[in-house]
Design a binder for this molecule. Structure first.
Ligand code: SF4
Ligand code: SF4
Length: 289
């Protein structure tokens, strides 16, 4: 089972819940944890993995043979992203605009474009606390497109651990990076805060998840600071509330020290496991209906 942990924006407690869930569940079953927030991966701070393997993620990049190019401009006409432009009969390439689709190589009538490779980022694998298998993706600095790294990360995890309980910490927001991270998940936990801003972000994330047809449930973080209309929205849309994380200063302090909900004296392991049990009940009910 693959559980994606998402939120409408950053700082909502998504990573805190994802790592706490992994640690709480690892007492009874093997867990694979995937940090797919490739622009700012931070789950390693909490899970402290020993990294054993690192792989470079590469993507197609056109190499133009000026000796063969006759300046016909077909590649520039084809490139939807304007990464290729014809100036005075010469093709100019703007790598920061290229989406690595490979189409320019196919349309070039002179065979003047060959496949080159550009590094998009890296995937890293290791063993984390409590024996959890840890994976993360890291987007190369300055590289604007996260999905390529997320795709490779998920492919590698699926190949090695197709049947292991997998928790994916998704990128924040409702962007294409979130869609790529959440795609193929069996269930998505939407973490939100009970404020008007939390509700607005929840709506955006819910819409993205719904379009993918992935069942989801909500966890309310910082419960007690307000209402924000979260309960009404969930009721209206039929989204189950899986549980709450209380608003406590001690939780914020633990987070700042790299500790999780299941660490230390103020241990919320029982509450975290209750969220997992609620998720299992919802998925079983869904499977039976
Ligand atoms: S690979 Fe695709 S996006 Fe990149 S330059 Fe070629 S046609 Fe444009
Ligand atoms: S399609 Fe090929 S030959 Fe035509 S301009 Fe592009 S690289 Fe040159």
């Amino acid at each position: 089972m693959v559980i994606a942990c998402a939120s409408g924006k950053g700082g909502t407690g998504k990573t805190l819940l994802a790592v706490s869930l992994a640690l709480a569940c690892s007492a009874s079953e093997q867990i694979v944890f995937v940090d797919a927030d490739v622009e700012a991966p931070n789950a390693h701070i909490f899970l402290k993995p020993d990294i054993e393997e690192e792989r470079v993620v590469e993507a197609f990049s056109p190499q133009i043979d000026e000796g063969k190019c006759d300046g016909c401009g077909e590649c520039a006409d084809f490139c939807y992203f304007s990464a290729l432009t014809l100036v005075k009969g010469k093709v100019l390439f703007f790598p920061e605009l290229c989406h690595s689709c490979g189409g320019c190589e196919l349309v070039c009538p002179r065979g003047a474009i060959k496949e080159g490779a550009v590094e998009k980022g890296r995937t890293r694998k290791g063993v984390a606390r409590e024996g959890i298998v840890f994976w993360e993706g890291r987007l190369k600095v300055g590289e604007p497109r996260a999905p390529a790294v997320i795709t490779e990360l998920k492919k590698a995890v699926k190949k090695e651990f197709p049947d292991t309980l997998t928790i994916v910490d998704c990128p924040p927001g409702a962007s294409c990076a979130l869609v790529e991270a959440v795609r193929d998940a069996d269930f998505c936990i939407l973490v939100t805060e009970p404020t008007p801003f939390g509700l607005s972000d929840l709506k955006a994330a819910f819409q993205a998840i719904q379009e993918l047809g992935i069942p989801c449930g909500v966890v309310i973080n910082k419960a007690g600071i307000g209402g924000g209309g979260i309960l009404g929205f969930c009721e209206e849309k039929g989204i189950p509330i899986l549980g709450e994380i209380p608003y406590r200063r001690s939780i914020a302090e633990k987070y700042a020290r790299g500790l999780t909900l299941v660490d230390g004296e103020d241990n919320l392991k029982r509450e975290v496991l209750a969220i997992y049990q609620a998720l299992r009940r919802v998925t079983l009910k869904g499977a039976g209906s």
